[in-house]
Design a binder for this molecule. Structure first.
Ligand SMILES: Cc1cc2nc3c(=O)[nH]c(=O)nc-3n(C[C@H](O)[C@H](O)[C@H](O)COP(=O)(O)O)c2cc1C
Length: 178
């Protein structure tokens, strides 16, 4: 299984990157995981760019990566009550061309880390809605971690119960794909 991680934080010390790492660590042996780390290079989506001969190389790379993926792990911080614009823009690029988009039917799970105790619930809800409308086979259940600055140590979640919930969500990528 080939998993693509879409990461919404560009920050060097990102707790969402720590969450992505902890999620990838739960993938079964034999899975490969790649982080799409060119989200900041994607121009804001425009139909004027989404034309043969105009398509930015980074957008073509994203679409090829999504097409090659058996599953997506979408990890987003919450900014002002919704998902990161980096993730939203990435979903928008992956959702076109209409009718033949690479994201259509791709299984996806959503997770988020937030400095606040609310665990980025709004960002997760909005990411699920956007992915669903984009055509992904997104799992409705999500995983959120609050108070994220204290939540990670040595590449994993400190709280065992939370780590078990994360493992369980990651495990749902495969059955959705079956
Ligand atoms: C512009 C901005 C808006 C934010 N809005 C929210 C918010 O609505 N809800 C929330 O829980 N945290 C909010 N935060 C705090 C983030 O949860 C916190 O910065 C988090 O660490 C970002 O993820 P990262 O560690 O992966 O960069 C906001 C942070 C920024 C910079």
């Amino acid at each position: 299984m080939n998993v693509l991680v879409l990461l919404g934080s560009l920050r060097a010390g990102s707790t969402n990157r720590a969450l992505a790492d902890a999620a990838v660590a739960h993938l079964p042996e034999g899975c490969t995981a790649t982080v799409f780390d060119r989200g900041a290079e994607l121009p804001h989506y425009s139909e004027d760019l989404d034309l043969e001969g105009q398509l930015p190389e980074v957008a073509a790379e994203l679409r090829a990566a999504v097409a090659a993926a058996d599953g997506l792990i979408v990890v987003t911080p919450e900014y002002n009550g919704t998902l990161s614009s980096v993730v939203k823009n990435t979903i928008d690029w992956a959702s076109r061309p209409y009718g033949v988009a690479s994201i259509t039917g791709t299984p996806a799970v959503v997770m988020a880390a937030s400095g606040s105790p609310h665990a980025a619930e709004w960002a997760r809800q909005d990411a699920v809605r956007s992915l669903k409308i984009a055509g992904a086979a997104v799992v409705e259940d999500t995983f959120g971690v609050g108070s994220s600055f204290e939540a990670f140590a040595e590449g994993r979640l400190v709280d065992e119960e939370a780590d078990t919930a994360l493992r369980s969500l990651v495990g749902r990528l495969a059955p959705v794909n079956a």
